[in-house]
Ligand binder design. Structure first.
Ligand code: T3D
Length: 265
């Protein structure tokens, strides 16, 4: 696994891979090297069997402040219309890598998660947040629409009306409120945050990885599908899961009254 990325720190501890967005002086505002690196690492992590859970987080006091705004004003200098949709494909590569990754991806959010950084967190499988977390769909503050997948994930996590409220008002959502709304899976006191993230990630890294991948496929597809198609897919995926070594180990462990030791196979 390559680790020398600009604006990113990459660290593997057993089956847990931690990717840290690393521009703390600008609250981890997203740069092109950061975005390209995220796409590359996540795709590689998806292929690397030694990685069984990924943690996405930010260095310093923030998760991330969204796209780096310092180049935005000069983009309009010539007066010609600006096109951003091609650039957004870099974000889409990251979102796709997270959603198609056949293993769990956790966003560990302390401090602010604004704009595209907020929406990258929403594209992860779970969000564990510190009490001091601040989620901000900041786009309305600068007259933009939610991007980086926010239009897909936000209403599915919090419902239609709340998604529009958070998008239009761009108000801050605290960590405890994020948990209450379903934006975060769990909010923990700041002093317990690092240990809570590590404990969740290590637990997932020791789980039945292939079944996790199949679960992601089932849930990803079910939110854009109908009952009949989902029931059909459930059968196809269970035919795969039931033939894994981890399934056999789980059943043996139950019958022998001992904890299961999953290998991810
Ligand atoms: O092509 C494309 O990429 C289009 C995609 C767009 C996607 C988007 O993400 S649009 C949304 C972009 N983000 C924002 O609008 C948020 C901008 N930042 C803020 O509103 C505030 O900084 C925060 C609410 C996030 C945090 O506030 P606070 O008071 O905790 O911190 P601060 O003092 O504002 O920021 C600390 C430093 O980080 C400061 O630098 P300084 O003054 O100490 O030198 C600030 O300028 C810098 N910073 C914060 N956010 C950004 C940033 N620098 C560049 N870009 C940022 N997004």
């Amino acid at each position: 696994m390559r680790t020398d990325y600009e604006h990113l720190l990459v660290q593997q501890d057993g089956g847990m891979l931690t990717i840290t967005m690393n521009r703390p002086e600008v609250l981890n505002a997203i740069s092109d090297p950061m975005l390209d690196g995220l796409g590359e690492i996540l795709e590689e992590a998806g292929r690397d069997a030694s990685v069984r859970c990924i943690v996405l987080t930010g260095a310093g006091r923030a998760f991330g402040s969204g796209a780096d705004l310092r180049g935005f004003a000069s983009a309009h200098a010539s007066g010609a219309p600006v096109t951003v949709s091609t650039h957004l494909q870099k974000y889409h590569r990251v979102v796709r890598a997270i959603r198609t990754m056949p293993k769990p991806v956790i966003a560990a959010v302390r401090g602010v998660a604004a704009g595209a950084s907020c929406n990258l967190a929403l594209s992860c499988d779970m969000r564990i947040v510190s009490e001091d977390a601040r989620f901000i769909e900041a786009f309305a503050r600068i007259g933009l629409v939610p991007d980086a997948g926010g239009g897909f994930f936000l209403p599915r996590l919090v419902g239609f009306g709340k998604a529009l409220e958070l998008s239009m008002l761009a108000d801050e959502v605290s960590g405890p409120e994020a948990e209450r709304l379903g934006l975060a899976n769990k909010c923990v006191p700041a002093a317990e945050f690092d240990e809570a993230v590590r404990s969740l990630a290590q637990r997932l890294a020791k789980g039945p990885t292939r079944a996790y991948g199949l679960m992601k496929e089932l849930i990803n597809k079910s939110v854009v599908s109908d009952l009949e198609s989902t029931l059909r897919l459930e059968g196809e995926l269970q035919d795969i899961a039931i033939n894994t070594a981890d399934h056999r180990e789980g059943v043996a462990a139950f019958l022998q009254k001992r904890p299961a030791e999953f290998t991810g196979n």
